[in-house]
Design a binder for this molecule. Structure first.
Ligand code: SF4
Length: 284
C-alpha cells in the first residue's frame, strides 16, 4: 500500500507563531494564562498546559498575570475587560486574522453592513464580531442565507472566516450579490487554507483511501474532511493513530494522508508509521 503524504500539512505559520509566542512568554516564576485554546488541537493544548500556562474560560483578577490571546483572535470588548482587570496582554492572534479585523472595521466605518461567512460558534467569528460596533450578519451555509434581511441592505462588505471552504464561499457570494446593490467581497480565506484545500481536491481522487489527521474541534481539519469525503467516501478523519483501523485499508493500493493546520508533526508521523505497519500486516 503506497502512502502519499500531502505537501501542505502540519502547523501553518499562524499556529507556529502562536505556540512560539506562548512558549517564550513562560519564564520561571511567571503567572501566565490563556483565554480559551491557543489553537484547536488537544495535544498542543496539553503541551501548553505542561509548560505552566493555565487555560481560563473567562477573565478573572489579572494583577500579576500575563494573558495570552489565541491565534483565532479576540473581541475588543474582552481585551478591554482584561486590561481593566489588570492583565498584561500578549496577543498571539494570527496576522491573517488581524487583517480580517482591519477590513471589517474599515468597511464598517465606511458605512457598510458587515457580512461574515463562517461558523457562528467559532472563536474566530466571535473575534471578528468583537471588532465591530454594529451586529454583523453571519452566514454559515448556502441554505442558511437570510434573504429577507439581505434585501434591506444597500451596501455590504463580506469577509470569510480564514478556514472556510472556498467553493462554498463563492457559491454564497453568487447567491447574495443579487440582493445587495453594492456588495464588496474580500477573500479572506488564508493562503495555508487555500493551498491545503487545493491539494485535497485532487488527492482523494488519486488514492483508494484518505486519512485526514486533526482535531474534531479544528475548523480547517473538518473542512478538509468534508471536501475529501465528497470526493472519496473512503475518507477517514482521525485525531491520532489510535483511531486508525486496519480493516479500512484492506485491498487498498494507496492511501493519501492529509492534516489540519494545527496538527503537530509528531501526531502526523505516528499515524504514517502506523499506516506502514498496517501495510506490512496486510501483505502477510
Ligand atoms: S489557518 Fe490561516 S488564519 Fe488560521 S492560524 Fe493558520 S494561517 Fe492563520
Amino acid at each position: 500500500m503506497k502512502i502519499n503524504v500531502a505537501k501542505f500539512g502540519g502547523f501553518c505559520f499562524g499556529v507556529k507563531r502562536a505556540i512560539d509566542i506562548a512558549q517564550k512568554t513562560v519564564v520561571p516564576d511567571s503567572r501566565v494564562s490563556m483565554l480559551g485554546d491557543i489553537v484547536h488541537n488537544e495535544d498542543v493544548i496539553k503541551d501548553i498546559a505542561r509548560s505552566g500556562i493555565k487555560r481560563i474560560k473567562r477573565i478573572g483578577r489579572g494583577a500579576g498575570t500575563t494573558l495570552i490571546l489565541s491565534a483565532h483572535g479576540t473581541g475588543n470588548n474582552i481585551i478591554e475587560a482584561a486590561q481593566r482587570s489588570g492583565y498584561k496582554i500578549i496577543d498571539a492572534t494570527c496576522p491573517m486574522v488581524k487583517s480580517i479585523h482591519k477590513i471589517a472595521q474599515r468597511m464598517e466605518q465606511e458605512g457598510y453592513t458587515i457580512i461574515i461567512i463562517g461558523d457562528r460558534n467559532h472563536s474566530e467569528v466571535h473575534g471578528i464580531i468583537g471588532q465591530l460596533t454594529k451586529r454583523p450578519i453571519v452566514i454559515e451555509r448556502l441554505h442558511d442565507i437570510p434573504v429577507r434581511t439581505l434585501k434591506k441592505v444597500h451596501k455590504a462588505a463580506v469577509v470569510a472566516q480564514s478556514t472556510q471552504n472556498a467553493e462554498t464561499v463563492f457559491k454564497i457570494i453568487d447567491e447574495i450579490k443579487s440582493y445587495i446593490p453594492d456588495l464588496q467581497f474580500f477573500n479572506t480565506i488564508c493562503k495555508p487554507t487555500r493551498m491545503r484545500q487545493a491539494e485535497i481536491r485532487t488527492m482523494p481522487l488519486e488514492n483508494d483511501v484518505m486519512v485526514i489527521i486533526g482535531s474534531r474541534t479544528s475548523a480547517n481539519t473538518q473542512r478538509l474532511c468534508q471536501i475529501s469525503h465528497a470526493l472519496n467516501e473512503k475518507t477517514y478523519c482521525v485525531q491520532s493513530k489510535d483511531e486508525l483501523r486496519p480493516e479500512w485499508f484492506r485491498g487498498a493500493r494507496s492511501v493519501g494522508v492529509a492534516s489540519g493546520a494545527s496538527t503537530p508533526d509528531k501526531t502526523i508521523q505516528e499515524a504514517i508509521d502506523y499506516l506502514r505497519s498496517i501495510s506490512r500486516l496486510l501483505k502477510k
